[in-house]
Design a protein around this ligand. Structure first.
Ligand code: BT5
Length: 259
């Protein structure tokens, strides 16, 4: 892939600027830098390989050359209204599910808040990073990483959850660049729905572990256990504790509570 070919491939989508890197630290970092330099809404950064791809809380996202898809989209609050990062995370994960379900006939689900699972393996992760000015978010970057080819799956010892790839789940090799176009189309379709209740319902409808007993690990706080009831309007997790108390959880790592 090169920039000309990428621009040609994506020519009929309403994007801002497009950048392509054979190797980059993190597409999210590039997109955040680009925001500072004035990149317009829906500018896109794509990389073949990231050397410092990241997940939440400073975790590593592994993306190997030639086999995975890594990209970040610039979102400007002026164009999409008030930006709430949890909703944007849901939007990214939902768009990935849309594509996996409709083009690849896979049962894809979202492990709240940002993992896309297929056959109980993590196939994709979403990382939204906001750019604040005082109390206000002016822009955000939505980064998406997808394991496409079989060889994109990192070795299990590096991971805290089993991983899979689209090739393994679908049973056939998949062209990364066609997949990128399908994902961008899905994102552009979902974006106008961001503020609607129907969007939360669609996100909720794709969640794994609904009704099940789960544990949420939270940094600097006690883990919390309860039945996963769904989401509130902000995309926070609704849990019902064993004593019937209701809890809203803004961020954390979800585990299925064994037995
Ligand atoms: C995520 O964080 O899953 C968000 C991943 C976002 C990656 C994209 S790629 C484009 C853009 N640029 C970036 O620098 N990032 C974004 P989290 O839920 O915190 O999960 C991180 C954990 O996922 C790690 O600690 C590993 O256990 C696991 N992991 C890392 N690489 C993986 C991979 N390729 N496949 C499956 N699991 C992986």
């Amino acid at each position: 892939m090169d920039l000309d070919a990428l621009q040609h491939l994506l020519a009929d989508l309403q994007l801002g600027l497009v950048a392509y890197f054979p190797v980059v630290g993190s597409t999210n970092s590039e997109a955040l830098r680009w925001i500072d330099a004035g990149a317009p809404h829906l500018s896109l950064v794509v990389a073949d390989q990231q050397t410092a791809g990241r997940g939440r809380a400073g975790r590593t996202w592994y993306s190997l050359p030639g086999v995975s898809l890594s990209f970040s989209l610039v979102l400007r609050s002026k164009q999409i209204g008030f930006i709430t990062p949890p909703r944007l995370t849901g939007l990214g994960a939902l768009a990935v599910c849309d594509v996996l379900q409709s083009y690849y006939d896979l049962e894809a689900n979202i492990k709240w808040p940002n993992d896309v699972l297929v056959n109980e393996g993590k196939l994709s992760g979403v990382l939204v990073e906001a750019q604040w000015q005082g109390e206000e978010i002016l822009s955000a970057v939505m980064g998406i990483g997808i394991n496409v080819a079989r060889d994109s799956v990192p070795s299990q010892g590096d991971l805290d959850y089993p991983a899979t790839s689209l090739e393994v789940a679908y049973g056939k090799p998949v062209n990364r660049w066609n997949l990128l176009k399908q994902l961008l189309e899905a994102l552009l379709t979902r974006l106008p729905q961001l503020g609607q209740d129907a969007f939360i319902q669609a996100w909720e409808g794709n969640l794994v572990y609904r009704g099940e007993l789960v544990r949420v690990l939270r940094s600097g706080k006690e883990p919390i256990t309860g039945y996963l009831m769904g989401l509130n309007r902000d995309g926070f997790l609704r849990l019902e504790r064993l004593n019937g108390e209701k809890e809203l959880i803004q961020s954390g790592d979800l585990k299925l509570r064994p037995g």
